[in-house]
Design a protein. Structure first.
Length: 367
């Protein structure tokens, strides 16, 4: 029964969990501050280039971009926080004292794993409630070169749709079904695959009565003559369904789990490939859970793959294991996108493989 008691001391468990969380979020705050500053320096010129933009728009960009950076680097922060914490405990001989008191490697790591599970759940909720929405808004804002955006939650950016021999693009697509609204629309009219005219309009909408699309305030540019004229209201796309715009470009990072699941269902019904999106769907679960792996992979800083190794070498090995996981995770997703792996396997294989590897290391240290 002693081996089944993963929390033999409540006071020690709280101490370990508190150290783990403070180190993790301190590292995260430092990374976000540095990376957000560098990112803002690179984008501020484009943001301020739009007439009327100022400090308010710069802070608005930070508010939209920061959640993406937090979501991307939270697992890295958990890994580095684990390594810093365990290395300091080892340097102060606290790990040796815990082992001398009869605690196993799993009992020492149990508070960290419990806290990491909490971080993973918070990460999933954060991605669903905040990151997906901010990603959609930022993509749409960038599509209009940091100009004004329509107040709509169902926004997609830069889809392309074929209308016979012609091509239609819209900077922003908002809404679903017959309530779809288009912004910054361009129609590239072609004859025998040669571009003849370009029609541009600031906005357009779907007319359910005539089953066509209506552009307002349109201008037409004649490619051969190099002339432009106002054409007012233009109707086009009698064969273009609203879902061709809403499904033309599905960004999994800009959708919640349920929204992406619905989009995959719509695409499947329309006979379109969904393997890449299915991999992203499963990764919305396996990604946040990677926080649970980091204390296990970083534990070699405390216990070591080799008991005789120096602390610095063991810490580097723990960091290498953690970063190897991120490389394997990205590689697996890429292979899944190419169809080499099934979507479920592409999302979960690295997690399960490194979980097995980490547990093997822990059991070896307890022999």
């Amino acid at each position: 029964m002693h081996q089944l008691n993963f929390f033999p001391s409540r006071q020690l468990s709280w101490y370990m969990a508190r150290l783990f969380l403070t180190r993790t979020f301190a590292v995260l705050a430092m990374l976000v501050a540095v990376l957000q500053t560098l990112d803002l320096l690179g984008e501020s010129g484009d943001i301020l280039a739009y007439a009327g933009n100022g400090d308010a728009q710069l802070w608005h960009y930070v508010a939209l971009r920061a959640p993406q950076i937090i979501a991307r680097f939270l697992p890295f922060s958990v890994l580095l926080g684990t390594l810093i914490m365990l290395a300091s405990l080892n340097q102060n001989s606290e790990i040796i004292s815990m082992k001398a008191a009869g605690l196993s490697a799993h009992q020492i790591l149990a508070p960290l794993l419990a806290a990491a599970l909490g971080v993973a759940l918070i990460s999933y909720a954060f991605n669903e409630r905040i990151v997906a929405r901010s990603t959609a808004r930022l993509s749409a804002w960038q599509a209009v070169e940091y100009g004004p955006l329509p107040p709509d939650s169902g926004i997609k950016a830069n889809p392309w749709v074929r209308d016979g021999n012609n091509l239609v693009s819209a900077a922003i697509v908002a809404g679903r079904g017959t309530a779809v609204q288009l912004r910054k629309v361009e129609i590239f009219n072609r004859v025998n695959n040669t571009l003849t005219t370009i029609v541009q309009a600031p906005k357009g909408h779907y007319d359910a009565a005539s089953k066509s699309w209506v552009l307002e305030g349109a201008r037409q540019f004649d490619v051969a003559r190099g002339t432009e004229r106002q054409v007012g209201t233009v109707r086009f796309g009698h064969d273009i369904r609203p879902d061709q715009f809403t499904l033309a470009k599905v960004d999994p990072d800009a959708l919640t789990f349920s929204q992406l699941q619905a989009a995959i269902g719509d695409l499947h019904d329309a006979g379109r490939p969904t393997a890449e999106l299915e991999g992203s769907l499963w990764h919305k679960l396996s990604g946040p859970l990677s926080a649970l792996l980091m204390p296990i992979l970083g534990s070699v800083a405390a216990f070591g793959l080799a008991r005789s190794g120096q602390l610095f070498i063991r810490a580097v090995m723990g960091m290498a294991l953690g970063f190897a996981y991120f490389v394997a995770d990205n590689f697996s997703l890429a292979m899944g996108n190419l169809g080499a792996y099934p979507p479920f396997l592409a999302a979960w294989a690295p997690f399960l493989l490194f979980l097995l590897l980490g547990e093997t290391v822990l059991f070896r240290t307890e022999e």
